[in-house]
Design a protein around this ligand. Sequence first.
Ligand code: PA5
Length: 425
Amino acid sequence: MTMMKLDTKHAFLKEDIASYQEKVNVLHEQLMNKTGKGNDFVGWVEWPNAYDKEEFARMKEVAASMREKCDVFVVCGIGGSYLGARAAVEMVNGLYSKDKVEMVFLGNTFSSTYIKQVLDYIADKEVCVNVISKSGTTTETALAFRLLKQFMEEKYGKEEARNRIVATTDKEKGTLKTIADKEGYETFVIPNDIGGRFSVITPVGLFPIAVAGIDIDALMSGVKKAYDDLSSPDLSKNDAYAYAVCRRILENQGKNVEMLVTYEMQMTMVAEWWKQLLGESEGKEEKGNLPTSANFSTDLHSLGQFVQEGKKVLYETLLLINKPALDMTFPHDEENLDGMNYLSGKSLDWVNKMACQGTLEAHEETGGVPNLILTLEDMSAESFGYMCYFFFRACAMTCYLLDINPFNQPGVEVYKKNMFRLLGK
Ligand code: PA5
């Protein structure tokens, strides 16, 4: 049974998904045979079978020893070197986890206020650090890591700091690799042929996720299940490819904005991760849909008005969760002063699902907004792994359908060039 399903009944598709089958067959072959655009970066495709099992076991061991040592685990990275881990930790553990290790994220901003506040916050805690950078030169990460390294060496001394810092970077080259070798840090490898936004299923994501107490064996078993379920290009069986095709059909219908909608607060960072995956992969050559996101019902009280009655530029992709992680029954109140007794005895998840259904009807029927629905079984580690791989395959296919290389990000360099000039680098 597949763990993530697509429903297109509410999407107002004006083309038949099956009419893309021939094209999809060709592009699928290109992806699998490494003959498509950006074929140097398709290591993630076979990763569910090919990942380094020894390194995987070492990650679990080091993660266990870090969990013994620290109250706070600082993940220092940005973009693909941070979003996946944070998305997993929040989705699986929730936003107010009682896990003994608190995850803190740094290296993802130049905000002086944020950086200083984090350093102050961790000052009197037991700290371990994972610095993650494939290039090893990303400025946000390098800046924060210099501060963190000094902080750790002052707090623990050079020797103990070395035992508490792990670097995840290129196997052979880069500034971070040089620092890690010189200082003798434990290191994990970012594979050459896997780009940042596809790297959550490598040590980039897996190591911090393991430190957060999440079962990475289960996560990788979800990845493998998705690999198996999505092995055929048949659009009647492969929902990732069908979703990729739907995005193109909706774009052909003039919808250039895709809003990923979740109904779980702890899925917010998953949406951020998804935005990077789609935005950085597809937004090239003046093509692509703008990926945006909302958390309902919270954002129905802000963006809901636009979705219902604003300019008809968008479609929604609902990312729904079948089984909530937690639930409770709404209590009865004899006085009923708040008039809420109509919900007595109902589960809170049922209320959330009714809000979703009512909103879908409103946006679809009155608002005329197409809705794609993706339903994920639950918010477990296994489902997280499944979902990531599902979106990887969908992302590659949807970009190939646009004749775009999904795996580079040339546009990101422009701001860096200007910034370096201004910084006097
Ligand atoms: O997806 C990508 O490739 C980017 O978002 C990178 O992950 C991000 O820029 C960080 O790069 P690095 O890991 O080299 O520090």
